[in-house]
Design a protein around this ligand. Structure first.
Ligand code: M7G
Length: 335
């Protein structure tokens, strides 16, 4: 899927400031069934013909609904994430105006509550559509129990790596970015060096509206690096480049200083092409907790202290109960 369904493009946003959308969002839906193949994009403007097969998960806290369904009776599965977007403070006066309808739900003395029906344009939802979605995508978003597992260096070689070589998400979307086939207009910073270079680009999760929710990803040019586990002293120039150049590009473009950035790897990541997450410290992004996030500065310092750190260290990570990796660790007596 082309995250170009975010139509706002690469424009200036100031801390906490909002800009109105420039045109009506279209969903870019591919009809291609081969996940690894370059998608043919056919834009849609509505969900007409979409049939919901299953509610995969419902997160009232974050106001996200995860749905599985299909378009126009197609056999291909679609996963749709529907998310209520944050308020835009600049629009508050448009929310509280004569065009906003109210239905009183409680009145007691000076206390009143209402259901509020503002202009639909001020009430937009964000939809992320994965189509065609694989069973692995369904598993990623379905509600299920999660376990913490300790992975030794030996477990990585004997359990995790063979599993990854058999089953992992396609990283075609990453290659599309590196080859400028998709999202090229969104690139914030680019260094083409094959060893130390990377592309810094807004993450699919960020709508570019509010820098306190800033989320960008640095995607390395090097294609053989899968995750933290592959990193050693030979990668220090790459890691330092990502840290310094990424911080500077974000400061220059968005005015967010390095001291307000959380810069980290996921272990395990979903996509095994090395990338670094840059988020605003105020954003409680999924995967920014202790069980999954590894700060880039810690990674650099650990490798400086012990060059083989990430080849040797037992690493904790979370695994979902329906993930075949869970069974592999269980069969090995690790869970
Ligand atoms: P991860 O740790 O591999 O996976 O991070 P997870 O956090 O999704 O479990 C991959 C990051 O890439 C996530 O923050 C995604 O939101 C982001 N991402 C995924 N896709 C498919 C795209 C995309 O097509 N474009 C952009 N810009 N970001 C994406």
């Amino acid at each position: 899927m082309d995250a170009g369904n975010d139509v706002r493009g690469n424009f200036e946003v100031k801390d906490g400031a909002c800009e109105p959308p420039r045109k009506i969002a279209k969903l870019d839906i591919s009809g291609d069934n081969e996940a690894d193949k370059e998608s043919e994009v056919s834009p849609r403007c509505t969900f007409e013909g979409f049939k919901i097969d299953k509610v995969l998960n419902d997160n009232p806290q974050n106001k996200i609904l995860f749905l599985q369904g299909r378009f126009d009776g197609s056999e291909n599965k679609a996963v749709v994430l529907l998310e209520k977007t944050p308020f835009c403070t600049d629009n508050a006066n448009h929310l509280l105006c004569k065009d906003t309808n109210l239905k009183e739900t409680l009145q007691n003395d000076i206390y009143h509550t209402y259901d509020v029906y503002p202009d639909p344009k001020l009430n937009a939802l964000k939809a992320t559509v994965i189509y065609p979605a694989t069973d692995k995508h369904v598993q990623k978003y379905i509600a299920q129990d999660v376990h913490l597992v300790e992975e030794t260096a030996e477990d990585y070689e004997k359990i995790t790596l063979p599993y990854l070589n058999q089953s992992q998400f396609s990283v075609q979307w990453v290659y599309n970015i590196l080859e400028k086939k998709k999202e090229s207009e969104r690139i914030l910073y680019e260094d083409c060096d094959p060893e130390t270079g990377f592309i810094l680009i807004p993450d699919m999760k960020w709508d570019l509206k509010d820098t306190s929710r800033l989320y960008l990803s640095a995607i390395v040019q090097h294609r053989a690096l899968k995750s933290l586990r592959d990193l050693g002293p030979e990668h220090l120039p790459l890691l330092k480049n990502i840290l310094m150049s990424g911080q500077k590009a974000i400061q220059d473009k968005y005015g967010v200083p390095p001291s307000k950035l959380r810069i980290y790897f996921h272990y395990q990541p979903s996509y095994y092409h090395l990338h670094v997450h840059f988020t605003h410290v105020k954003l409680e992004a999924p995967g920014s907790g202790v069980e999954r996030a590894h700060l880039l500065t810690d990674v650099i310092n650990n490798i400086k202290l012990l060059p083989d750190y990430y080849k040797l260290k037992p690493l904790m990570f979370t695994v979902k109960e329906n993930d075949p990796l869970y069974n592999r660790f269980k069969e090995a007596g690790k869970l």
